[in-house]
Ligand binder design. Structure first.
Ligand SMILES: Nc1ncnc2c1ncn2[C@@H]1O[C@H](COP(=O)(O)OP(=O)(O)OP(=O)(O)O)[C@@H](O)[C@H]1O
Ligand SMILES: [Mg+2]
Length: 234
């Protein structure tokens, strides 16, 4: 059964359609890459799926219509996300930031924070204020938050933007590790680095001007003429 099914999403800003009758689905445990040029609608898509922006069309999650389900309730249902611009409070410690992002309290939360800290190599900086940490570490805190408490679907908006190659590799290997878990969450990865997206994703959806222009296995999508034209500038 499809985990998340979005049909004919349209979002307009003034005269500009950020999403134009876009349909998008994710199966349980699937790793879906989303490619698209600047302004093609990727973040708007994640905003609609996570409930931060309303849209025409429909979004169902495990068969349930989400139209009237607000963002915090979608999070409780198991839809989690990270942000393109870090949404962390600089005054909080890493551990506090993780705790604030947890959907549960008490022992579960402590265990989950420990698990995510280990996964994202944050154990040594748990007590540090987020604001004083290097950008690459803050990115990992932001990312780690999205994986707390076994979400069913994790939406990642450019988790590798601004990272150097070594930091990107590190994030990619954590994502690969998560994908290899016995029952991994489904992951939607929005990322500009084509080779990273291709290496991690089992399916890629390429969007341009708010519409899907190609979809399928990474090799075919990257080779598609419409993708070459719209995204790779060929
Ligand atoms: N709050 C807003 N108000 C007006 N226009 C917006 C708003 N948010 C997005 N847009 C416009 O909607 C379109 C899609 O934007 P979106 O941020 O979804 O693109 P994106 O694919 O995430 O781009 P990027 O790769 O730069 O992050 C763009 O034309 C953008 O200018
Ligand atoms: Mg964006």
């Amino acid at each position: 059964m499809t985990l998340l099914d979005a049909k004919s999403l349209t979002v307009k800003f003034g005269g500009v359609a950020a999403l134009n009758a876009l349909s998008f689905h994710v199966d349980p445990g699937e790793f879906v890459g989303v490619l698209g040029a600047n302004g093609s609608g990727k973040s708007t898509l994640l905003d609609v799926l996570s409930g931060l922006r309303s849209s025409s069309g429909s979004v169902t999650f495990r068969g349930r219509e989400l139209a009237r389900v607000p963002a915090h309730a979608r999070h409780r249902l198991g839809i989690s996300r990270s942000y393109q611009n870090l949404e962390l409070s600089p005054a909080l410690s890493v551990r506090e930031s993780l705790r604030a992002g947890s959907r549960v309290r008490g022992r579960r939360s402590v265990e989950e924070i420990a698990r995510v800290s280990e996964l994202f190599s944050l154990e040594d900086v748990g007590a540090e204020r987020v604001g004083v940490l290097p950008y690459g570490v803050r990115k990992r805190v932001e990312l780690g938050r999205a994986f707390l408490c076994q979400p069913a679907l994790v939406l990642l908006d450019e988790p590798m933007a601004g990272l150097n190659d070594a930091e990107k590799d590190r994030v990619a290997s954590v994502l690969r590790e998560i994908g290899a878990e016995p029952e991994p969450p489904a992951i939607v990865l929005v990322e500009h680095d084509v080779s990273v997206v291709a290496a991690l994703s089992s399916r890629i959806v390429a969007i341009d001007l708010g519409s899907v222009i190609a979809e399928g296995n990474p090799r075919d999508v990257i080779a598609a003429p419409a993708v070459q034209r719209a995204y790779l500038g060929v």
